[in-house]
Design a protein around this ligand. Structure first.
Ligand SMILES: Cc1cc2nc3c(=O)[nH]c(=O)nc-3n(C[C@H](O)[C@H](O)[C@H](O)COP(=O)(O)OP(=O)(O)OC[C@H]3O[C@@H](n4cnc5c(N)ncnc54)[C@H](O)[C@@H]3O)c2cc1C
Length: 435
């Protein structure tokens, strides 16, 4: 009889893990309270770029901290009270921005991002949706300073690390940039292009197509809410829409809700979210861009999508479920209008998502401490659409007793996840918060 596994969360990470487990002979049930890929995996910038392996908390952050503390930039906004409530996360996040840990964490992430493109191509081949990926690299554009500034920006911690890891980068003059991306207005002085990777034209639909292929291949997809998890010697029972559902193993891939789901199983994790927004825009005319463009001075990312140009915003550190605050979007919108020939914003509502981020920026992938039946794969911060398939492969290899293609030590869940002990009064308390 096949081993059974239930995956909680059908985002980029859960769907990819489901397919890789199915390919290894597991009987997989994929559960989500919404349609697959309806949350964080729906609205991202669609960038798949192996160079995106340096987490935000690296030494380059230090020179911008003063500016960020003003709390008025489009790159970063925060709610002070929220940060104070999440002080252990914040302090560990800042600690990890020092040179040594940042190098270590970047290398760990590079072991994922370097395989990401191949793993995406393999899934797309299987589903038949390879047309969704345009491999045009990634443009980082500068409004002033000339090619010297673009080149100098690569003297940074992340630039040096990218070169060290063999990332192919070309500095472009104003004219070269115009030739490469004629949809951009000639307001940019220079750029650099990351030559590998590209942009997906609709990340949410791509993932839904993968999920449908998983079902066509015999997988089970259930729409339902998980509200409890009980592990025993014979298996794991979850409460699914209030009814018990049993399997040999459970994999938690609930993205920004993973702390809530872990609490059902009496575990605690140091997880925070970095909120972000997107809106779509129609072009007034002229060519459609073929690149994802990061306007460094404008502080936004924009890329061509099936719904028009999708603008995505920077980071907002605020409670996951607080109502939306559109100030960052409103701040960057005029800058987008300067950069492209835009007719206007489409009338779709502005989308909000929450990047799930552990203090070191490195996801947790593997079995939970003191458990053989409960597994996790979450914490993919800004790059989870890209790293979903490779992390899905790695967790499936681990679960199936194969030697994973990558050293999994940096991803061990015990860094940030701890079992809660029952007190005599019957309540639960943590042994330790953070690693
Ligand atoms: C503005 C923005 C831009 C981004 N750009 C990029 C990019 O260009 N490239 C990139 O690679 N990444 C990008 N990201 C990051 C990426 O989107 C995330 O890292 C990734 O989507 C996380 O996927 P996930 O599967 O872990 O989480 P999710 O997609 O959020 O999936 C988790 C699922 O768990 C389900 N769930 C939660 N609790 C329960 C429960 N109790 N019962 C049942 N189901 C439950 C939810 O409904 C949800 O569908 C971006 C993110 C944002 C916000």
């Amino acid at each position: 009889m096949k081993d059974t596994i239930t995956i909680i969360g059908a985002g980029a990470v859960g769907i990819s893990s489901a397919i890789h487990l199915q390919q290894r002979g597991w009987q997989v049930t994929l559960v989500d309270r919404r349609e697959p890929a309806s949350e964080t995996s729906w609205g991202n910038a669609g960038v798949i770029n192996p160079a995106s392996f340096v987490p935000l908390n690296n030494p380059d952050l230090h020179s911008s901290l003063g500016r960020y503390l003003r709390n008025d930039t489009a790159s970063l906004r925060f709610k002070k009270a929220h940060l104070l409530r999440n002080l252990p996360w914040l302090l560990a996040f800042l600690q990890a921005s020092k040179t040594r840990p940042a190098r270590h964490n970047s290398r760990a992430l590079h072991s994922l991002t370097s395989q990401a493109l191949d793993e995406h191509r393999a899934l797309m081949q299987r589903t038949g949706n390879a047309h969704r990926l345009t491999e045009s690299g990634w443009l980082k554009v500068f409004r002033h300073g000339g090619p010297e500034r673009a080149a100098k920006s690569l003297d940074s911690f992340s630039g040096r690390l990218m070169r060290e890891m063999g990332i192919d980068i070309r500095v472009l003059s104003r004219e070269e940039l115009q030739e490469k991306e004629p949809a951009l207005r000639p307001i940019f002085d220079s750029a650099y292009q990351l030559m590998v990777g590209g942009v997906v034209d609709n990340p949410g639909l791509m993932l839904r197509e993968h999920a449908m292929q998983f079902v066509a291949d015999g997988g089970t997809l259930v729409q339902g809410e998980v509200s409890d998890i009980t592990e025993s010697e014979s298996g794991v029972s979850i409460s699914l829409n209030g009814n018990p559902h049993q399997s040999d193993r459970v994999l938690i891939a609930a993205g920004p809700w993973s702390a809530d789901v872990l609490a059902f199983a009496r575990y605690r994790v140091t997880l925070a979210v970095e909120r972000g927004y997107h809106a779509h825009y129609a072009l007034a005319g002229g060519p459609t861009p073929v690149h994802s463009v990061h306007d460094i001075d404008g502080e936004y990312i924009v890329g061509p999508m099936t719904g028009g140009l999708r603008l995505t915003t920077g980071v907002e550190l605020a409670p996951r479920d607080d109502s939306s605050n559109l100030s960052q979007l409103e701040q960057v919108e005029p800058r987008l209008f300067e950069a492209f020939d835009i007719a206007g914003r489409t009338d779709e509502p502005v989308w909000r998502g929450a990047r799930p981020t552990l203090p070191d920026g490195v996801p947790v992938i593997g079995a939970l401490p003191r458990s053989e039946r409960l597994w996790v794969n979450f914490g993919h911060q800004h790059i989870g659409m890209m790293t979903g398939p490779v992390s899905g492969k790695l967790v499936a290899q681990q679960l199936s007793g194969e030697t994973p293609d990558t050293d999994m030590t940096p991803f061990r869940p015990s860094r940030w996840i701890h079992k809660l002990r029952a007190s005599r009064e019957g309540s639960w308390f943590g042994q330790r918060l953070g690693g």
